[in-house]
Design a protein around this ligand. Structure first.
Ligand SMILES: Nc1ncnc2c1ncn2[C@@H]1O[C@H](COP(=O)(O)OP(=O)(O)OP(=O)(O)O)[C@@H](O)[C@H]1O
Ligand SMILES: [Mg+2]
Length: 237
């Protein structure tokens, strides 16, 4: 469904992405693993239309050419991004944050149904719908951010390090919720450094190193990969 070919991205003279090719199939969950500075956020931002890739990039979504399209049109095409650091509005309530997620033309008529879907996926949010988001825990705020992205009725949900800064028990809850999102039929592209958790809900994954894809395998294959174990799981193989 998402097909990226030959995506390069410069920030001034700095080459952040070097001819990346990545694909996510319909309903598939794909994890992008990589160390700090590997280019993970840059990849998601380029796909979401938040940064402009170098000329020559081929980015297609459901057959449509979306390379270089602005973010609001990528959203209308069916791709939603939960950015690093969440980007929720702290001085608004849960319900108000969700309402803001439904402004896409493709989503407007479905606000009520989408909200019920979000509350079904995250029952905690339903109990707290009138709470100001800046009074919520980090894990709850991450759920608000994911809920808001789901309000745009995406076919592909991209998440940039959703587990960052969360306690292990909260990370477990978060990935259980993402597992439910996955079961609902959405495709997911997840950037993570939490390898075990993210691979546990994934079909496939890629390894990104210094702007290049250096590995690609099934989730089970990556879990047993020596390079992954060395880089992320603290193994000395
Ligand atoms: N706006 C920018 N201007 C200049 N350089 C940038 C900019 N954004 C990112 N970079 C550089 O591009 C490279 C990739 O950054 P990116 O944020 O994509 O990495 P990342 O894999 O998401 O890292 P992290 O795990 O720390 O979030 C880094 O060397 C970074 O310094
Ligand atoms: Mg990043």
């Amino acid at each position: 469904m998402l097909e990226i070919r030959d995506l390069s991205l410069h920030y001034g003279p700095h080459l952040a992405l070097d001819r990346i090719s990545v694909a996510v199939g319909r309903g598939e969950t794909v994890v992008m693993l990589g160390a700090n500075g590997a280019g993970k956020s840059s990849l998601l931002k380029a796909a979401a239309g938040l940064v402009r890739p170098d000329p020559g990039a081929d980015i297609r979504f459901a057959g449509a050419d979306i390379a270089g399209r602005p973010a609001h049109l990528v959203l209308e095409a069916g791709i939603a991004l939960v950015p690093e650091g969440r980007g929720v509005f702290g001085d608004l309530t849960v319900e108000e944050n969700l309402a803001l997620g439904a402004y896409a033309r493709r989503a407007r008529a479905h606000g009520r149904a989408s909200r019920e879907l979000v509350y079904g996926l995250f029952p905690k949010l339903a109990d707290r719908r009138r709470q100001f988001v800046n009074t919520m825990s980090g894990g709850e705020q991450q759920m608000v951010a994911i809920g808001r992205a789901l309000m745009s009725k995406p076919d592909l949900l991209m998440l940039d390090e959703p587990s960052l800064g969360l306690a292990p028990v909260v990370v477990g809850e978060l990935f259980a919720a993402l597992g439910r999102v996955r079961e609902s039929g959405l495709a997911l592209l997840i950037v993570e450094q939490n390898v075990k958790m993210s691979l546990s809900i994934a079909d496939r994954g890629y390894l990104l190193e210094a702007g290049r894809i250096v590995g690609e395998d099934t989730a089970a294959g990556l879990m047993n990969d020596d390079a992954v174990k060395r880089a992320f799981l603290g193994a000395t193989v």
